[in-house]
Design a protein around this ligand. Structure first.
Ligand code: C2O
Ligand code: CU
Length: 468
């Protein structure tokens, strides 16, 4: 039965693809799409402190602004179901693999026990037709996400990802909450390549130009209507394989980042989200609408590199906010900022990771090594280590560590104003960051660049936190 179902989907997919060619870059139809919020998955457990859901990964036809494209999805939803819990709750997920290929789920940014990390270093991937149950307690709060960690670049690119919201009971209540998941589509159709081998190269993911079409929650340039006079919490994720967004919107009030609530309100002019990054902001909706835009951002030159081709050099609209019943903007809520100062950068590092490699060689290395032929760093449980990441390569790389948070001590020697906890941090060209890690979670943790094709091509290593 399942087999017929998949064949039917494949057939459908082929016809669907014919109608979908050629229009990827130039223009996805700019009809007025309303912003969708990812639906929450059905909770199978009546216990209010347990969220138990089933996630079935399968080939699915995605509909993007009226175009149909064959991809992958959890529970036929693109992006995947929103998993919403509060700090202290238990999450239980039955992953059912109905793809034509093995898969896993990794819980990005969550301090899970190693057995639940979803890396093939730890568990065999869940075979076709098989299931696996992930179960762990959420002892942290913030905006996280989940995605496969097997053939990651391909499976994420095809649509396997979703947001995990862990509410913080001490955050002030808001009138509304939105999740915005940015994902790029570039020159090539991300779903065009039907092969499922681990060695696939994904040409579109290697492009160093900014992404032509950004989707927000699976739609191109959607619109959202919000009530005048309301406070809206916006949880943003960059789920793109390789594209950066350099977000512009009026009067940014950033309240959270990778590892939950900030220690102090952020009011920068822009927010750069590298692949895997999250940021939470609050909008105080008044009389007039606005746009959320991205400035061009190049992997091999950040925001500074410009291009004569207007296709690449213009700001692009991601989302339009319209106001329903305009009214004066509300006063900001009171947040219990800790205003904690950063730990002092000691000026040395215990562990140094040097990023190198180049587009021309197609090899991306950490300390001259390519995964899986890597040296494993070992740290005793409970020890503190200073990690320095230096980027000697000609492109930027978001550094990501599993199972832990790290504190950012300095970026090019400059310490942040307030204490900042992250799990993903961009390292610009010829830049170096120093991070402080308290190794409090035993396991063999993946450490990699979150530009997924870079990780696929070697930019990945393992940090072992010993059991005792
Ligand atoms: Cu988003 Cu290895 O992770
Ligand atoms: Cu990289």
């Amino acid at each position: 039965m399942m087999r017929y179902f998949i064949i039917a989907l494949l057939l459908l997919g082929c016809t669907a693809k014919k109608t979908a060619t050629n229009s990827r870059v130039s223009q996805l139809p700019s009809k007025t799409m309303l912003l969708k919020q990812p639906l929450e998955a059905e909770d199978l457990d009546p216990d209010p402190n347990v969220l138990h859901v089933k996630l079935s990964a399968a080939k699915t036809i995605h509909e993007i602004n009226g175009e149909t494209i064959l991809g992958y999805a959890y529970n036929k939803q693109f992006p995947g179901p929103l998993l919403r819990l509060k700090r202290g709750d238990t999450l239980k997920v039955d992953l059912e693999n109905n793809l034509g290929t093995p898969t896993t789920i990794h819980w990005h940014g969550v301090h899970v026990p190693f057995a639940m990390d979803g890396v093939t270093w730890q568990q065999d991937p869940v075979a076709v037709g098989e299931s696996f149950t992930y179960e762990f307690k959420l002892n942290q709060s913030g905006t996280y996400w989940y995605h496969p960690h097997f053939n990651t670049a391909q499976q994420v690119d095809r649509g396997l990802y979703g947001v995990l919201v862990v509410e913080e009971p001490t955050d002030p209540p808001m009138d509304e909450e939105l999740v915005l998941i940015f994902d790029g589509m570039s020159e090539a159709d991300p779903f065009a390549d039907e092969s499922e081998s681990e060695d696939d190269e994904h040409e579109h993911s290697h492009r160093h130009a900014p992404i032509a079409n950004w989707l927000v929650n699976g739609a191109y340039q959607p619109t959202v209507k919000l009530k005048g006079g309301s406070r809206v919490r916006v949880r943003m994720l960059n789920a793109s394989n390789a594209g950066y967004v350099d977000l512009r919107m009026p009067s940014i009030r950033q309240v959270g980042s990778d590892q939950g609530r900030l220690t102090s309100l952020g009011t920068a002019e822009n927010i750069v989200l590298s692949p895997g990054d999250r940021a939470d902001v609050v909008w105080l909706i008044g009389e007039t609408g606005f746009e959320v835009r991205t400035a061009p951002y190049f992997l091999d030159g950040g925001a500074g590199l410009t291009d004569a081709n207007p296709k690449w050099s213009l700001e692009k609209t991601l989302l339009t906010v319209e106001v329903d019943s305009p009214k004066a903007a509300p006063a900001p809520a009171t947040w219990p900022w800790s205003n904690e100062k950063p730990t002092k950068d000691p000026g040395y590092a215990d562990i140094v990771y040097v990023f190198s490699g180049a587009q021309t060689t197609g090899k991306w290395l950490i300390n001259g090594e390519s995964f899986p032929d890597v040296t494993i760093e070992e740290i005793p449980l409970g020890a503190t280590r200073i990690i320095e990441v230096r980027n000697l390569s000609p492109t930027e790389h978001p550094f990501h560590l599993h199972g832990h948070a790290f504190e950012v001590l300095s970026v090019d020697g400059v310490q942040p104003q307030f204490k900042s906890l992250e799990d993903t941090i961009n390292v610009a060209i010829r830049s170096s960051v120093r991070l402080r890690l308290v190794a409090n979670n035993p396991g063999d943790w993946m450490t990699h660049c979150h530009i997924l094709p870079h990780a696929h091509n070697g930019m990945m290593t393992v940090l072992r936190v010993l059991d005792k």
